[in-house]
Design a protein around this ligand. Sequence first.
Ligand code: ADP
Ligand code: MG
Length: 966
Amino acid sequence: MDWDQITDRLSTGGERIGRALKATFGSRNERVVRALEPIVREVNALEPWAKSLSAEQFKEQTVAWRRELAEGRTTLDLILPKAYALVREASVRTLGLRHFDVQIVGGVILHRGAIAEMMTGEGKTLVATLPLYLNSLEGKPVYLVTVNDYLARRDCAWMGPIYSYMGASSGAIQSQMNAWDRKPIYACDIVYGTNNEFGFDYLRDNMKGSVEEQVQRHLWYAIVDEVDSILIDEARTPLIISGPAEESSGKYKIADGIARKLVRDEHYEVKEKERQATLLEAGIIEAEKMVGVESFYTPGNEDWPHYIENALRAHNLYLKDREYVVEEGEVVIVDEFTGRKMQGRRWSDGLHQAVETKEGLPPRQENQTLATITFQNYFRLFKKLAGMTGTALTEANEFHKIYHLDVVQIPTNLPLAREDHNDVVYRTEKEKWTAIVEEIERAHGIGQPILVGTTSVEKSELLSGMLARRGIRHEVLNAKNHEREANIVALAGEMAAVTVATNMAGRGTDIKLGGNFEWRLRKALEEAELQEGDPERLAEIDVIRKRLRGVCDRDQAEVLELGGLYVLGTERHEARRIDNQLRGRSGRQGDAGRSRFYLSLQDDLMRRFYREWVTNAMEKLGMTEGQEIESRMVTRAIEKAQKKVEDYNFEVRKSLLEYDEVMDQQRKTIYSVRQEVLEGKDLREKAESFLQRAIDRAAEVHRGDAAGFAAWYLKTFGISVSSEAAEQAVVKDGSTQAALKTGLDYYDEREKTLGDELMRKVEQYLLLNAIDSRWKDHLHAIDSLKTGIGLRGYGQLDPKNEYKREGFLLFQQLQGAVEDEIASLILRIRVSGPDAQGAGRDGPPGGDGLGGGAMPSPSSPRLSYQGPAKTSGPGDGAGGPPAGIGRPIAPAPRRVSAAHAFDFKRRQEQVAQAMRPAQASSGSPGPTSAAGTGAAPRPAAPVKVVGRNDPCPCGSGKKYKKCHGS
Ligand code: ADP
Ligand code: MG
């Protein structure tokens, strides 16, 4: 395939994107691709050079490039042509695959941090080897993100021989691996894994107790395979790590009972498009009676509507085997786009529990968020991001706006020969299905392989039943087991095969006509006890490969004769992209093939958008029973409907992202401070600045009340402050310098006693605990805030702005709370016993539900907490440790097996325990009492404080001094 032919195809590739898009996009795309011509020519010209090198020299070249890059003597762009030429040759030698020119083009696009749209079967797995190898030379790990574990494993094993021939290491992360297994894989040059695992590992790392336990290194360069599926479809469900919240609730059951009794459109209305159910006035009155409360709008009852509306959604909008399946007593979400089960993911906000209750399952203990991130925000953390898929163009706008990713459509290696027929439309679903079964029978009869796409597991099974009754042998894929599925799909191109699948089941597996070559090769190699890519036996492998190639070619010719793979869609999907994906399974690499969608006017999409239109259309078209039409009018209407849904879904994702912006900023701030603490950076400076802020805040609170300030000081730090210092602190425009100095002098003294090494450990321990426990509380508050904002209705306030405003206030409170906590503990912590430094965590690494078992960490000091001086007055304790009751905070930190994720709860408890006496006796303002200032990295802002006579911010209605300020 030479360059001119490739660029000829640039203009035909556009047919899949529609005229309008092509007009704006086509020419730019063409320019981008044409501009790569010199690079491709250069790579081709370097082929003889690559061929002349020995295996040893490949590895030597890798080492040399790494060194040159490290020393800044060259750049990735400069070595790209040579590197690509070498990878291509390594692939020829190890796998027998020579990258096509279009694959080189794709490889350059990926290296540049854009999305390469390449049709199914164009060999994207192989394309990725080029930029992955190249970018790994910088010494930072590069990630290849797949949609499931099976593909991560498969692609890594498949491409592995190329990397090792080049002298680069590679590995695949699997969800069931514990942290021990993960760490060496993350240390590889090239890491394969799923979006879920990469995202979860990021969150888990930020919950770990030591740097040694963290597994991910830099977030440097990632290529996302099936990028539309991950960054668009899945982006609506954020990743959440959750743990049990304080209490669980029986409210789900009551709400479920109520939902069963209320009458649709009388008591509540259902909005299908928004997936919402809303109580009407009559419903509220009815429900209040059933709950047995006077009103939902009095304190303590205001969460009832939320529970009931969730139950209504569960009953009206979330259907079994469509939105979810029930498996082993669990409600498992089925992704509506892909039909894939989303193991371990839960709908948020109590919806999941409502569905569980509907199914008669015990609602899983209410969980609270411990860490969360959206895929959008996770992937935006990477220095460079790229993606590949067969279908990105319809979403080019979103990729650009949200991820700053451009989409470049790469021409196919061979001209596309598939025939895409017009949709046929029936009046009723029943007539449609009858026609479908007949069509399948016809194609099957002549031996043409046929792939039937459905929009749900339920419909797959329905069709399967009909086929079975006709005695047609077929396979059904229902998104249950990726590996099994891949094996079935791989064979869907065999003569007379009938395969029924939800739209994208088995995505990522190529359907080859006449049967799958790789699959047969793997089996043949197994039989001959050979391993693909075994450098010692490449010649033997080559013989088998050639023989099988012959067999496959013959089988393929037979199926081509019959017209290639027939893709039959049984309904149009909400998104055109998903339909394209299904179509794209046929006609790979220039093969013959055909596709056609069978629709009815009763299909969901039609009913949702065109209820009236449909009735009119039926009359206009004069449709009668059993009659089919092939109408451009209907096809156009459907495209319009799809466009509407796509736009709507984009808005949903954009809105999710906007909401998450608040959190994203906060998470970055907290995680970066936390990471510094974990790495032991500037610990004393941090503790000191927290101390200072706490003192400043207390001085504001006790403005004009020196005795009050002094008492606070004693209770908080366990030492007294001189009355002059207290005076200075509380007068208007006074200074807290002297008060601070007293504390810092004592700090120095303690540091002398403990030694600086131990003091640093104490600081680290306290900072980490304070940050983690307060952050957890904060996430809980944010969860409630979200629920609350939803309930509050829209009134005159923009909910998003409200959320941002309140989220920011909460964060300020979080910062204040961390500072207060540090201030109150840092000077009173006492290190006990002779084994102070020796008590480490021990025990085997335990699993933790989420697959990231914590590792033992280096020793932590055994800490104990020094209580406040009970009897002493001001002045008493100054200059020396107060005679308090030494009270251990907790036993030495220890690995609890099957521990709660990441030791979090344990540490949380320790701090809670340590805090109890401190809070009981200290007048330290609670977290809600003062809007604090920024944390360490922010410049200090003026302190804004609640006056003693102001209403208490807790909302009690009492004066502050009578409530939390007392
Ligand atoms: P995609 O992900 O683009 O749908 P895959 O990476 O699964 O495609 O590859 C599809 C098939 O194409 C694989 O069986 C692979 O062996 C084959 N293939 C890819 N690149 C080449 C090549 N350069 N030469 C021959 N076959 C190739
Ligand atoms: Mg693929």
